[in-house]
Design a protein around this ligand. Structure first.
Ligand code: BES
Ligand code: MN
Ligand code: ZN
Length: 492
């Protein structure tokens, strides 16, 4: 699919589907729209009245134009209240129009939508993202594609002539989001620690990043007893992935991104029981997927900042070699952990990843992890939990997420709750009481850093969508890639 920017006017565009954005309670047709309505013999007025179209957020109506018009179909997209217009509303409106155009069997689509905040670049980028993310389809695991329907091949962004750079930025970002979606959606017999390492190696060679894959023996030498304890029941070799993007010259800042990379989480001997969603646990590498997706984007944009992308990848399985509940293990910073629950495995893999990353001497570390069901209970499916002792980093990430259209919400790192992780035998337990479970998980992670500025995003909810919503299809969302990219670009 090709996305073009053009100064062609609404009245002059010729093609299959023309989508027009209208604000709530401002659906009376004036100016060009009145002229267009005349050209279409009053069709727009009729459509608005018949469908009781009010311009409400996320609403849309479409119809055939007919006659001799140069446009075959028209789509009206609701934008909600004018005062409340957000960049993400436009991303969603573009998605909405694209889905409708596809149903209309259109090959070409034009978007006539307002410019957000007098910022044509951000607007063009958001529209291009919305269209591509909504039209993404995953047929990899079907013997035949489900539908052989006509695809939208060309999208024209009207009134946005000259914004080519914004569209190519959107294309780069979407390539990372789509990679993350593909990795998360693929089942655990398809995406394994081995294939994750292969994907990272491919990103490195395609976009000129450095790559280091630590094998089990390398991790042993580094004393990564926590990561390896999780990996020990799997028949597949663990892979510790370290990708480095280095700009030319001396970088302004050095950043690191860590992703939890459990290609499957059975729970271990504390096996996930009925109703725990064990069959969805192929998505437990959503943090690593976002990390690799971000690496792919950063490798293309080449900003003036050094970025390390890290994931300790394995699966949490059962076998005669599995961790026993109650085992005491030792992480690479020397701290001992009583594993009172083998299903709290993500924090064990992250512990060694954090120790490794801090030694790189970076200015800031952000980790993304599908870490706790408790975070989903707290914030629901759409919102990631943000945990950090640093107000500055919190603000940076909130700003990045805002512009990306991804939702994050800061939760407190209440130090007293660390008491819940006190162990009678080791330095700490890996699991505390159920209340505040996402907070004790974050406090656990903090034990593996000395002083580096750090934030943790618990993405257990938003990496997966049960239903289609805006530009997210049902299934993997690629959550995190866009926030990470904006964060890195803002630091450059
Ligand atoms: N991968 C899960 C967390 C998860 C749950 C992600 C639901 C996505 C959806 C994690 O490894 C886990 O099992 N966490 C336990 C922790 C508990 C044992 C302290 C949980 O949340 O139940
Ligand atoms: Mn688990
Ligand atoms: Zn897990």
């Amino acid at each position: 699919m090709e996305i073009r920017v053009t100064d062609t006017q609404l009245l002059d565009w010729a093609g299959d589907s023309l989508a027009i954005g209208l604000f709530e309670d401002a659906v009376e047709l004036t100016g060009d729209l009145a002229t267009l309505d005349q050209k279409f013999a009053g069709l727009l007025t009729e459509l608005i009245a018949e469908e009781e179209f009010k311009g409400k957020l996320a609403s849309s109506v479409g119809t055939r134009v007919g006659g001799t018009a140069t446009v075959r179909k028209v789509i009206l997209v609701g934008l909600g209240k004018k005062e409340a217009l957000k960049l993400d509303t436009l991303r969603r409106a573009a998605a909405n129009a694209a889905r409708t155009a596809k149903k209309q069997k259109s090959k070409t689509l034009a978007l006539s939508l307002p410019i957000w905040n007098n910022d044509p670049a951000q607007t063009a980028q958001a529209l291009a993202e919305g269209v591509q993310l909504a039209l993404y389809q995953d047929n990899r695991f079907k013997s035949e594609p489900e539908e052989n329907s006509i695809q939208v091949e060309q999208v024209d962004l009207l009134g946005l002539g000259g914004q080519e750079a914004a569209v190519s930025l959107a294309n780069q970002i979407c390539s990372g989001v789509i990679l993350a979606r593909q990795l998360v959606a693929a089942p655990a017999n398809s995406v394994t620690p081995v294939t994750m390492a292969e994907t990272a190696t491919q990103i490195a060679s395609e976009h000129g990043l450095q790559i280091e894959i630590l094998e089990r023996e390398d991790c042993e030498k580094l004393g990564m007893g926590a990561f390896l304890a999780v990996a020990q029941a799997s028949d597949l070799p663990p892979k510790f992935i370290h990708l480095t993007y280095k700009p030319e010259g001396t970088p302004k800042r050095k950043l690191a991104i860590i992703g939890k990379g459990l290609t499957f989480d059975s729970g271990g001997l504390n096996i996930k029981g009925a109703g725990s969603g064990i069959e969805s646990m192929k998505m437990d590498m959503g943090g690593a997927a976002a990390t690799l997706g971000a690496a792919k984007v950063i490798g293309q944009i080449k900003p003036d900042v050094e970025v390390h992308f890290i994931s300790a990848v394995t699966e949490n399985m059962i076998s005669g070699r599995a961790m026993h509940p109650g085992d005491v293990i030792k992480a690479s910073n020397g701290k001992t952990i009583e594993v009172n629950n083998t299903d709290a495995e993500g924090r064990l893999t992250l512990a060694d990843a954090l120790v490794f990353t801090e030694k790189l001497g970076v200015d800031a570390i952000v980790d993304l992890a599908t870490l706790t069901g408790a975070c989903v209970i707290a914030l629901g499916d759409d919102i990631a939990g943000l945990f950090t002792p640093s107000d500055t980093l919190a603000t940076e990430l909130e700003k990045a997420a805002q512009i990306a259209g991804e939702k994050i919400w800061r939760l407190p790192m209440e130090e007293r709750y660390f008491e819940g992780l006190k162990s009678g035998i080791a330095d700490m337990k890996n699991t505390g009481p159920r209340p505040g479970g996402s907070i004790t998980a974050a406090l656990f992670l903090k034990q593996f850093l000395k002083e580096t500025t750090w934030a943790h995003l618990d993405v257990a909810g938003p990496v997966w969508a049960d239903k289609e919503n805006g530009y997210n299809n049902a299934g993997a969302t690629g959550f995190g890639v866009r926030t990470l990219v904006h964060w890195v670009l803002n630091e450059a």
